[in-house]
Design a binder for this molecule. Structure first.
Ligand code: SPV
Ligand code: MG
Length: 543
């Protein structure tokens, strides 16, 4: 609901409206959090936050911008302090249009001349506009507003300027009779006697507003009983934050260590909650391409590759140059483009040569196999993770397809040429789609039945790429640990020992234990770099 309507609706309920002063988005959020009915976009606070006196030094646009930020951030009605309307009645017309357009609930216009002086500055030149001039401004407000709920608060500074109670009442009545929705009587008396005296003599229906800054001991209930319907706590947020910041800064300069102020500051998470980071995370999930911060990737790049001869004399395959960029950098680009930024590589052979920006490297034990390499990264397997061999090139589309799957363990299978690829990781899959493994819907209903090198009756090749959910990752690690418990020297499927085992051996073990491993089909979008011929092909095919 619009702020002006909310404010009007609140006026229909019992009790005074409590309004908290703020100067920016965060302070307005704190006003809402505390339970105030509305935010007071305080000229005093906004000026102070800009480091200048409250004396019409900031322009209407400066104040409007600050108030509009508060409307957006707080989500509760904003009552804007518009000083004297920033000029004469003609300026006021533009002020009303602009503030109403920004969703402000109410504006307050005081009878100070332009340029105004803050009500509390002592020893400064203080003049009031003639009463007729201010009545003209109030009429201009009422004639200009498009929506009658947009409330106009007419404020008199007669008591502040020392013009006496009779003048204050004369002005208040004139503004009420002109049609103002509220009359604000301001006072700098240390006691509430002045405003209570004013309220006692108030003889109009128009509700009263007060700002108990200097008269500190008047409780809202007392002011409400006297007839005040809106009570503005105008600047206490800003003043308390000055105190807190001053103390924290002094301690930081003294101790030169952030721990010194830890007891004085809110945790970072508190800030995140206040400014909507959890909501932004939900929006990221809803509207950004799949992937993002919650998904990691582990690349297995530890092995030596003697078949590539001199090409890998001083570097591992991951650092093979393909069109001016190492193989691993191509992998990282494809992952990054799909939103996966948190990437680790398990490295081994010539590991000191593996360098890439934003890549975490984990050094594997050179005597171990592929599975042991992966388990070196076990601490990274604490969330949804893409796992891939370090010697394959893949494109972003393939990563995105994997991200769209929802199984706990999902492997990518190439359906072309399975039988013609001896020595490869072959698979047998089964499911409810056609005999050739194609599915019209594109959904992965196929599951892995067997995986091994040189598998008779294979209907596809595992490309060395898989996605595990957080649960799937846990299952992978738990199964490995269970196997370790049974003896690292024991054979595991095609491996002589667990220590030498490949990832395929663990996948086969998971199948044997009844795990459901889903399959995503592909016919293109990847390439293995195993031989000189593969390397030559990569140069011709990579953009
Ligand atoms: C403000 O907050 O800017 C006000 C209220 O106008 S007071 O500072 O008390 O005058
Ligand atoms: Mg003000």
């Amino acid at each position: 609901m619009e702020g002006s309507r909310l404010l009007r609706a609140r006026m229909g309920q019992p009790g005074p409206l409590l309004v908290g002063g703020a100067h920016d988005g965060l302070s307005s959020i704190l006003v809402r959090e505390a339970g105030f009915d509305a935010v007071w976009a305080s000229g005093f606070e906004i000026s102070a936050a800009h480091g200048v006196p409250d004396a019409n030094i900031l322009t209407m646009s400066d104040n409007l911008r600050a108030a509009a930020v508060m409307v957006e951030a707080s989500g509760i009605p904003v009552v804007a302090d518009c000083d004297n309307g920033y000029g004469n009645a003609i300026n006021v017309i533009h002020t009303v249009r602009a503030y109403e357009r920004e969703g402000i609930a109410a504006i307050c216009i005081e009878d100070n001349v332009f340029p105004k002086r803050c009500s509390f500055y002592a020893g400064v030149k203080r003049e009031l506009a003639p009463v007729e001039e201010h009545v003209g401004k109030i009429k201009a407000c009422l004639d200009t507003r498009r929506n009658d709920d947009f409330a106009i608060i007419a404020r008199t500074e007669a008591l502040i300027a020392g013009w006496g109670m009779d003048e204050a009442l004369l002005r208040g009545r004139a503004y009420a009779d002109a049609g103002a929705d509220f009359v604000l009587i301001h006072s700098k008396s240390p006691e509430a006697d002045e405003v209570l005296g004013f309220a006692e003599r108030w003889d109009r229906e128009t509700p009263l507003v007060c700002v108990p800054t200097i008269y500190k001991s008047a409780k809202a209930s007392v002011l409400a009983d006297a007839g005040f319907r809106m009570i503005i706590y105008a600047n206490h947020g800003l003043r308390s934050s000055i105190k807190a910041m001053r103390e924290a800064f002094a301690l930081l300069v003294k101790d030169q260590m952030t721990g010194a102020v830890e007891h004085m500051v809110v945790p970072l998470n508190d800030v995140y909650e206040l400014i909507g980071v959890p909501k932004m995370k939900r929006e990221e999930r809803d509207y950004l391409p799949a992937g993002g911060v919650d998904v990691g990737a582990v690349l297995l790049a530890a092995g030596a590759s003697p078949e590539l001869g001199d090409l890998v004399k001083d570097r591992p395959k991951a650092m093979l140059d393909i069109k001016g960029k190492p193989l691993i950098a191509h992998q990282m680009s494809a992952l990054n483009a799909a939103g996966i930024k948190d990437i680790s590589a398990v490295v081994g052979y010539r590991h000191e040569a593996v360098k890439a920006t934003n890549l975490k490297t984990i050094v594997a034990d050179s005597s171990g196999g592929e599975l042991e390499s992966l388990m070196r990264a076990a601490s990274d397997l604490d969330r949804r993770t893409m796992i891939a061999y370090g010697d394959i090139l893949f494109d972003t589309d393939l990563v995105e397809r994997l991200l769209q799957t929802d199984g706990d363990i999902v492997v990518v299978v190439d359906r072309s040429n399975a039988s013609e690829r001896p020595g490869r990781d072959l698979v047998k899959t089964g499911g409810d789609e056609g005999a050739n493994g194609r599915s019209l819907t594109g959904r992965q209903t196929d599951t892995l039945e067997a995986i091994a090198r040189d598998l008779p009756g294979a209907n596809g090749e595992w490309i060395g790429m898989m996605m595990v959910s957080a649960d799937g990752a846990k299952k992978l690690v738990a199964t490995y640990e269970d196997l370790v418990g049974k003896g690292a020297d024991k054979p595991l499927h095609q491996a002589k020992s667990l220590k030498e085992a490949a990832l395929t051996d663990l996948l086969q073990e998971l199948v044997a234990r009844g795990a459901s491993i889903r399959v995503v089909d592909t016919y293109k979008g990847w390439m293995e770099i195993d031989t000189f011929e593969d390397y030559r092909r990569a140069w011709s095919q990579v953009d």
